[in-house]
Design a protein. Sequence first.
Length: 131
Amino acid sequence: MTNDPRTAPLSGDDLAAWSSLATVLEWLPAALDAQLLRDSELTHFEYGILFALADAPDGALRLRTLADYANSTLSRLSRAVSRLESRGWVQRAEDPDDGRSTLAVLTAAGRERYAQAAPGHAGTVRRLVLD
């Protein structure tokens, strides 16, 4: 066994910091989902898609780019986009610059849903994380 401090058991301040972060990692996703589902009928993952599209030029991004932003598989992202599409908040379109790629495009209704959801989400983030 070596005396490498990088592999020694956590203790003291390191253990306290890690325990706090691990706790946040466990309860924060569920808390964000609960608020968004209750107030806006969106999961946090779906909200992230709307956020990325609202922030993108022309409200459109390639599905692959969205998956990268969300640290998601293309399959998971595609299922979420399908749910948003069924609500009229996103639509798919062929990428005019590359016919092999598909764009997710934020609709006017999707922009409205994002604008409606953003204040409550920001308040929850402030209350649970920043304050």
